[in-house]
Design a protein around this ligand. Structure first.
Ligand code: EPU
Length: 419
């Protein structure tokens, strides 16, 4: 078992370059199944969720060549298997995109129930509602989701909630359907726009991604043959912004889309730190003890749930008592128990957590309870007095590329050891 050993009390200083977005990449890779030919995907984050997605596609018959550490050439011409290996699919959440992609390509999909972080109940009823509206019959048997259709026909789908996964999955499934599909109450996250841009580059006709109504005009085929570069990861960028604030550091975050980070920028300024944008770069620095605030997580453009634990670390040492209300996931405060082991004073009750700011944290053995909790605990280790040992690194490796290397370049004393 690997662990991270972090010697703390470091003010992060320097520059960090942001990788491609995990949540766009894990949808774009299965979406290549719609292409009749090859495509090249660039700026892919080299993380375990991406590597597993590629392995699953290879099992289905795709040919994947890594032509650089962040670039793949995918040829899906010979894909003929519609049943994904159950054990691989259950390793990560985004395996649900295989259902929309295989259904769109072959009109048949058999995919293991998705796994991933334990954030509470994670139903996929809205995905299924969308597939059924397009004409598919969907059943669940022996740990598999099975979707079948004679043909897919465009339809109007109103999502009960603005689900990121359902929006992308129904969009993917409808690209090759007959006629027009309208997805109403669609989610608007940047990675939805990125998946739509990828599909359009390959020959799809999708309009309105990034608004709450997406219109997909079905096309006969996607020819591919093009290169697409994945959008920068706004959650990784936000993680480093909050690490700069919490450590009272001074960090230039390069290769990000500043528009995607407006909500976080406003929060950081509100609690007393500084943010300056310059093209694709964001400069974040902090010279004083940050102040309390209240936050509610919301779908984009609201405050992202995927940055909630990282903000939680900052608020645990801010002056006064802050409140975070988590409105997306029911179990996203597990990290607060780990932070309390480091001297934080946090009380989590249902959807809310109360952060009574302490002067400082102290190192302790802690466990990453999920991906973003893991990132938050790295930040906590960097700012704490003494040594932190962080376990369950597989969560972190699913979503952050070279995270300890990136923090080391900013001055953190952090190393990975195998036990
Ligand atoms: N929901 C349903 N039914 C559905 C789909 C969703 O009730 O059919 C509910 C969920 O239970 C949740 C809410 O709707 O309460 C939003 O879920 P959504 O579908 O938007 O989430 P997701 O697609 O499963 C993606 C990201 C998550 C991120 C959320 C919210 C991927 C692979 N995952 O999950 O990312 O937290 O959107 O922004 O894109 C992470 O990266 O750490 C992560 C967990």
């Amino acid at each position: 078992m690997d662990k991270l050993i972090i010697n703390g009390k470091t003010k992060l200083k320097g520059e960090v370059t942001i990788s491609g977005a995990k949540n766009a990449a894990v949808a774009i890779i299965p979406a290549t199944l719609l292409i009749n030919g090859f495509c090249i995907i660039d700026n892919l984050p080299n993380i375990s969720d991406v590597r597993i997605s590629c392995k699953i596609l290879e099992k289905l018959g795709a040919k994947i060549d890594w032509i650089g550490s962040n670039t793949i050439k995918v040829d899906t011409t010979n894909v003929c298997i519609t049943k994904s290996p159950i054990a691989m699919a259950s390793k990560f959440r985004a395996s649900y995109y295989l259902i929309g992609s295989l259904l769109g390509r072959c009109k048949h999909a058999e995919v293991g129930l998705p796994g991933g972080c334990n954030l509470g109940a994670r139903p996929i009823d809205q995905h299924i509602k969308g597939f059924e509206a397009l004409g598919a019959k969907v059943t669940v048997a022996n740990g598999n989701i099975i979707a079948d259709a004679d043909k897919l026909v465009g339809s109007s789908i109103y999502l009960d909630m603005a689900s990121v996964g359902a929006t992308i999955n129904v969009m993917i499934a409808s690209v090759l359907a007959e006629g027009t599909t309208i997805i109403d109450n669609a989610a608007k996250e940047p990675h939805i726009v990125d998946v739509a841009n990828f599909l359009n580059t390959m020959g799809a006709d999708i309009r309105g991604a990034g608004t709450d109504v997406i219109k997909v005009n079905g096309v006969k085929e996607l020819k591919g043959g093009k290169t697409y570069s994945v959008v920068p990861d706004q959650i990784e960028a936000g993680t480093f912004m909050l690490a700069a604030v919490a450590s009272k550091g001074d960090v230039l975050i390069k290769n990000c889309i500043t528009k995607h980070l407006e909500c976080l920028k406003a929060k950081i300024i509100e609690i007393g730190a500084n943010v300056e944008e310059d093209g694709d770069n964001i400069h974040v620095w902090c010279n004083t003890r940050t102040k309390r605030t209240n936050v509610k997580t919301l779908p984009y453009p609201g405050f992202p749930t995927d940055l909630q634990p990282q903000l939680g670390v900052t608020l645990s040492i801010s002056e006064g008592t802050s409140v975070i209300n988590e409105s997306i996931w029911e179990s996203r405060f597990q990290y607060t128990e780990e932070l309390n082991k480091m001297g934080a004073k946090i009380t989590a009750q249902g959807k809310s957590a109360f952060f009574e700011g302490v002067e400082s944290l102290s190192g302790a053995p802690v466990y990453a309870t999920d991906l973003r909790a893991g990132a938050a605990l790295i930040i906590a280790g960097i700012i704490a007095e003494g040594t932190t040992e962080l376990y369950n690194l597989e969560h972190i490796d699913r979503g952050y590329e070279n995270i300890e290397e990136k923090f080391r370049k900013l001055g953190a004393d952090i190393k990975r050891v195998s036990e």
